[in-house]
Ligand binder design. Structure first.
Ligand code: FES
Ligand SMILES: [Fe+2]
Length: 410
């Protein structure tokens, strides 16, 4: 992020803290709860946003070398993504051309030959069919035409994008817009190393999971013993980039900057985190030396269920600084304490997602889901201090052809 942008965001946050005011959209909205429960809406979302929309698969270092691969089933198309022998990112339908069995079963690894477990047809990391056992018995096959079905795949500034349809269009410039694309490029995401994944499947609509990343009003309340120990809450800088946005909130360490010259200000110190929401389902959180991708997927059969894949990446320096042994017990101070108390272990990092997201945010989402399913609570409200939620839901509803959010007149 440009330094001048960092300064202007930090100043806006300091001003909110000084004046005791949160961000103010100047308007409240009401929204019908059926968007969280309606099977027809869920089916349309899955079609539009997940089956026919670019998907962010991961970061470059998910595929660190030629022969590296990852598999993915999260958005309804079984994907085998590889780095081929030339180092190029490729994506394929993870389905053997003989009778459709998955050719790669594990989440990630490294292979030069993908052997289908059923009859052992073998494919290269570039998707070519190179082995057909007992071919004299099977009969003639034009191997050149029976490689894995390839999907559009683009690696751009450290991000791996794939389109779930073979004839889909992946236009990343159009998808992100230049300003946001340039800002994401400034983080050198290509250098971050994969550290670990936490999967959370719970009974809440995928948009409710997204919603928990949409305001800081709850930080000092729901998260008072977790994330609220590190961040002030009730302050927010939000900037929209078309359907996407940047969401920045103040860390308590922002006060250290007040006595420093602006030229030395660093948003990595003053912000609790810098979060990019990438339409429709990605929360990309950047902190010094680390990045967390939260990828949120609906269950197309059950509007009230979703899965979040939380994937953590570290810089080499941050990885080297991790304590090697896994502590037997993770205490809140190791995770949310001051710098002296915190221990940079992977287990402590993952614990944030357990204690703050799974046990706090998503628990709220499960309660919200139940009340929406009951049908008696027909609508909910978004306050003047929750503009990211206005943005999410206005965008979703607009793309689904639903009525816009309704202003609440005072
Ligand atoms: S289904 Fe893959 S080899 Fe037969
Ligand atoms: Fe939260």
């Amino acid at each position: 992020m440009k330094h001048e942008t960092q300064i202007s965001i930090l100043k806006a946050l300091m001003q909110q803290l000084d004046e005791g005011k949160n961000i103010d959209a100047g308007v409240q909205y009401r929204m019908p709860t059926n968007g969280y429960v309606c099977p027809e809406i869920a089916a349309k979302e899955h079609q539009l946003f997940f089956q026919n929309h670019a998907q962010l698969l991961g970061l470059s270092q998910d595929l660190p070398r030629s022969g590296s691969y990852v598999t993915n089933d999260d958005f309804g198309t079984p994907i085998l993504a590889t780095r081929d022998k030339n180092g190029t990112f490729r994506a394929f339908l993870n389905a053997c051309r003989h009778r459709g069995v998955r050719v790669a079963q594990e989440d990630r690894g490294r292979k030069t030959l993908f052997t289908c477990p059923f009859h052992h047809w073998g494919y290269s990391s570039g998707g070519d069919l190179i082995n057909v056992p007992d071919q004299a018995h099977f009969g003639a096959i034009d191997k050149a035409c029976k490689g894995l079905i390839e999907l559009p795949a683009v690696e751009r500034d450290g991000i791996l994008w794939v389109h779930p349809q073979p004839d889909g269009v992946l236009d990343i410039d159009k998808l992100l817009g230049k300003t946001l694309a340039d800002e994401l490029a400034s983080y050198n995401l290509a250098s971050l190393l994969y550290a670990g994944t936490k999967t959370i499947t719970k009974d809440l609509n995928w948009k409710l999971a997204n919603d928990t990343f949409g305001e800081t009003y709850h930080f000092g309340k729901l998260h008072k013993d977790t994330l609220g120990r590190l961040n002030y809450g009730n302050n927010l800088h939000l900037e929209e980039f078309g359907p996407h946005h940047r969401f920045v909130t103040a860390s308590k360490a922002i006060d250290k900057l007040r006595t420093q010259p602006e030229a030395d200000w660093d948003i990595g110190v003053g912000a609790g985190f810098v979060l990019y929401y990438l339409f429709p389902n990605i929360q990309l959180i950047v902190n010094p030396g680390t990045c967390t991708l939260v990828k949120i997927y609906p269950d197309p059969e059950r509007p009230g269920r979703s899965t979040s894949q939380i994937v953590v990446y570290f810089s080499q320096v941050a990885m080297d600084a991790l304590v090697e042994e896994t502590p037997a017990t993770i205490t809140p101070d190791m995770v949310y304490g001051t710098n002296e108390e915190r221990r940079p272990s992977l287990a402590a990092t993952m614990e944030v997602f357990n204690s703050t997201i799974e046990q706090e945010d998503y628990l709220m989402g499960e309660y919200q889901q139940k009340s929406a399913e009951n049908g008696l609570l027909r609508e909910i409200m978004f306050g003047r201090n929750e503009p990211a939620l206005h943005h999410f839901h206005s965008t979703f509803r607009n793309r689904l052809g639903l009525s816009p959010l309704e202003k609440i007149e005072a």
